[in-house]
Design a protein around this ligand. Sequence first.
Ligand code: ZN
Length: 155
Amino acid sequence: MKKRFGSTDVLYLTTIASLFTLLLTTAVSVHVADPVPDQDTPARPDITQPFITQQVTATAYCPCEKCCGQYADNITASGKSVWTNGSKFIAAPSYMPFYTWVIVPGYNDTAVPVLDRGGAIKDNRIDVFFPTHQEALEWGVQEVTITIFHPSNEE
Ligand SMILES: [Zn+2]
């Protein structure tokens, strides 16, 4: 016997479709994991805040004199040490306040904070930090599309 779709079947299918959409929406939303525990670690980003994306030129740097010259003191412009957030952070132009959280593809899986500044860092330029000069050389200079979240309210 061939069963035809009744109104309960339609309701059932609609529910399944809604659940699937919900699942899909959840899957594509940005997941930001807890940063590595560190006494210098700023607050995690508030991922419920709106965000924008921007194409930038990302240049690698490390704490050495070659990269930082007279500022090679292991302290970023924000006053935080270079070991903050597991040494995963960036230098960005001042339109991104300190503790703005940014996802840089290829650099880190999760968002990293803006902790540093630099003379050459303006417009669409950022610097990504690496603990060693060798790692910085391996990154070099890359064009990436970053995701910028609103600054955290707390340090
Ligand atoms: Zn260096």
